[in-house]
Design a protein around this ligand. Structure first.
Ligand SMILES: *Cc1c(COP(=O)(O)O)cnc(C)c1O
Length: 362
């Protein structure tokens, strides 16, 4: 019998996706983005499986420390860098590479007395308007970092694309132009592309690419799925059917009773809900796989359970495996039914859901 709610993590799909990215960016180094627990997949098993990645990126220093403590040896960039001197010390101690995006960080570096200088990634705000130096400040800060004895020379140069998933959006070319102008003539490796950048914008490849979502086998583009990009889904979220019951036409199902049987209905109850990270906003009609067949979710998602209309899947039995997304059911499609994006669905899988790492457990 399949276990209750669990997330199968297919490491073979993960390494396939890394290979696919490698073939799309054959002249770039790959910095695999494994922030937020590798988008919910488990940062440590993912990092171990990505032994062929050239570097990793996390958002925060504690995520980097956890990787070092697990024995990960590749380079690790910390995308938010440090806020104070204490966090800078941790970068130095654990050999983590901060992104430098503010004058305050530059001052801290200049006044620090580090045993080991840190490798830094100087960030240009080329139009995202989140982290990074404005064009007017960029070169001056670069000069300061080049003279700073706490910094390994030369600094790497980085920016982030805001709209790379919109293929006809002019913003991306503008960001690429601005970055190109700002870094022209400076030494140091460059990094621009996230997943959408590397899949769709050849000019964004540079020395380092920073794929996140594509590694996990998800398309970053609206209305496309992994298969369209030659990627394979890494996470398959599964549970089991715990009850089946016949209902008469007119019976109302679940909290609020806003889904009402319009025919005699065979109702299935599956053991997964928003307490596991299944989206509460998934609408009636969201597809779910039972015995390889798509059946619709009906009624509201509750904390531990969802209800399914099995009327057209009469062979279903209690104990059957139920797939919520992943193999055979693109998470991109579920995100559309829940008015969200696949990133959110993957990150929100809660600790109650056991990660089962491997090719095909059960
Ligand atoms: C999260 C992140 C990435 C990866 O983005 P994807 O869309 O998941 O590929 C790359 N760069 C930065 C700065 C990020 O914050």
């Amino acid at each position: 019998m399949p276990p209750a709610a669990h997330a199968q993590i297919d490491l073979e799909a993960l390494t396939h996706n890394l290979g696919r990215i490698r073939s799309l960016a054959p002249n770039s180094n790959i910095m695999a983005v494994i922030k937020a627990n590798a988008y919910g997949h488990g940062a440590i098993p993912v990092a171990r499986a990505l032994a062929a990645a050239d570097a990793f990126a996390v958002a925060r220093v504690d995520e980097g420390i956890a990787l070092r403590e697990a024995g990960i040896r590749q380079r690790i960039t910390v995308l938010q860098g440090f806020l104070g001197e204490e966090e800078l010390m941790l970068h130095s101690r654990y050999d983590l590479e901060p992104v430098i995006h503010s004058a305050k960080q530059t001052e801290i570096l200049e006044s620090a007395n580090l045993d080991n200088p840190v490798t830094v990634w100087l960030k240009l705000d080329s139009g995202m308007h989140r982290l990074g130096f404005a064009a007017e400040e960029f070169v001056a800060c670069h000069d300061r970092l080049c003279r700073c004895r706490s910094v390994c020379q030369p600094p790497f140069l980085i920016t982030h694309l805001a709209n790379a998933d919109e293929l006809d959006d002019p913003v991306t070319e503008r960001q690429l132009d601005l970055f190109g102008t700002q870094v022209a003539g400076l030494p140091g490796g460059r990094s621009i592309a996230n997943s959408a950048g590397l899949l769709a914008w050849e000019n964004a490849l540079a020395e380092w690419v920073r794929p996140g979502i594509a590694l996990y086998g998800v398309s970053p583009f609206p209305n496309r799925t992994a298969a369209d990009e030659g990627l394979k889904p890494v996470m398959t979220l599964r549970t089991r059917l715990i009850a089946i019951k016949p209902l008469k036409a007119g019976a109302a199902v679940g909290y609020g009773g806003d889904w009402v049987c319009n025919r005699p209905t065979l109702l299935g109850i599956a053991a997964i809900g928003y307490g596991d990270g299944y989206p509460r906003h998934a609408r009636s009609g969201t597809p779910v796989l039972v015995r390889g067949q798509r059946v619709p979710l009906v009624g509201r998602v509750s904390m531990d359970m969802i209800t399914l209309d099995l009327t057209d899947c009469q062979q279903a039995e209690v104990g059957d495996a139920v797939t919520l997304w992943g193999e055979g059911l693109p998470v991109e499609e579920i995100a559309r039914h829940a008015d969200t994006i696949p990133y959110v669905l993957l990150c929100n899988v809660t600790p109650r859901v056991k990660r089962v790492v491997g090719r095909r457990p059960e």
